[in-house]
Design a protein around this ligand. Structure first.
Ligand code: GLY
Length: 340
């Protein structure tokens, strides 16, 4: 099977059946799977041929401690520079497995089977991996491209509605950044249709990955344009730091709605487009009210890792399918929400 996208000439993204694609893309030699107990239970046949290392579940395990445990298991198993790590799971598994593989013995080959919508659309694609430190998101990590990412839409059937919806928030984000047609397709699709119509879903995943692939191709290490992929994330990361009530995608939905409001106040986004952004997120069943007061979120924003010498690179939607990155001091950013 041909990849749907090839990023930076060395990371192939496939959209299709994991079982069929894996045998074509795995290198000869030793393969060690990193996954979690749920995925191991759901796909016994797919993973049966490989040695496996299981990690825990949830954002709380995305730590250096888990990476160190992986290194130890790799050493016990005799994983060497010629071995290949296959991360199978959602964004947490692929972030941690990618970081461990890209640093173990100064880096060994790795690839992913991405099993969640959020993972397929965003987390597993593009070469960012890493872990949180003291609750601060992705403070340690590398930019290292997986050799391949397999996005199997059939695997999304087993996702709980809540997790599926969280992934849709990233699809809306991609659409707002650069794909007005994807935005309109999502507006015209009921949540239930996205859940049940495999072709519709595969099209949404491909379109969202296309947005990301095109941006990463131009700016792999986030010196400029890749920052656009952080739309809604400044406030989302603060929400995740302050509250465990929302998962990443849910927090991105709130952050995207709030930054759209701010963009209207700044005069760069028409209020009709803001209404469409809010309307689409709500149509997909995403909550748009922050779970903690704005003042508390803004205090956290100062510690966001994307703040460089006190300057945030704020992503402002300027239309449906377009946005700009504007450097702003933390105080200027906070002032945007003074009336909230
Ligand atoms: N999730 C944002 C990025 O990969 O750049």
């Amino acid at each position: 099977m041909k990849p749907a996208f090839s990023l930076c000439g060395r990371s192939d993204v496939y959209v299709g059946s994991a079982a069929e694609i894996l045998s074509d893309v795995l290198p000869a030699g030793r393969v060690v799977v990193v996954t979690d107990a749920t995925i191991d239970r759901l796909y016994p046949g797919l993973l049966a041929p490989y040695e496996k290392v299981l990690i825990g579940r949830g954002e709380s395990i995305k730590t250096l401690r888990t990476v160190e445990e992986l290194y130890r298991r790799f050493i016990e198993l005799g994983v060497d520079r010629k071995s290949f790590v296959l991360g199978v799971g959602g964004g947490i598994v692929t972030d941690v497995a990618g970081f461990a593989a890209s640093t173990y013995m100064r880096g060994i080959g790795f690839g992913f089977v991405s099993t969640t919508l959020l993972g397929q659309i965003d987390a597993s694609v593009g070469g960012k991996n890493g872990v949180n430190v003291d609750g601060y998101k992705n403070m340690a990590g590398t930019f290292t491209q997986p050799r391949f990412v397999i996005c199997d839409p059939a695997m999304l059937r087993s996702l709980p509605d809540r997790e599926f919806r969280a992934g849709l928030a990233e699809a809306v984000k991609a659409a707002v950044i650069a794909d007005a047609a994807l935005f309109a397709r999502l507006e015209a699709s009921a949540f239930e249709a996205l859940r049940s119509d495999a072709a519709l879903l595969a099209g949404v995943v491909s379109a969202a990955v296309q947005v990301k692939a095109a941006i990463v191709e131009r700016d792999e290490c986030e010196a400029g344009e890749r920052r656009k992929l952080n739309l809604g994330h400044t406030l989302a990361h603060a929400i995740e730091k302050c509250s465990d009530r929302m998962n990443h995608g849910e927090a991105v939905a709130v952050g995207t709605a709030l930054i759209a409001d701010a963009a209207v106040r700044l005069g760069v986004l028409a209020s009709a487009d803001r209404d469409r952004i809010r309307g689409l997120l709500a149509h997909l069943g995403l909550e748009l009210t922050p779970p903690v007061p704005m003042a508390r979120l803004l205090r956290e924003v100062g510690k966001d890792k994307k703040s460089e010498a006190g300057v945030l690179h704020v992503v402002l939607p300027t239309g449906i399918g377009s946005c700009e990155v504007r450097p702003m001091t933390r105080d200027a950013f906070a002032a945007l929400f003074a009336a909230e």
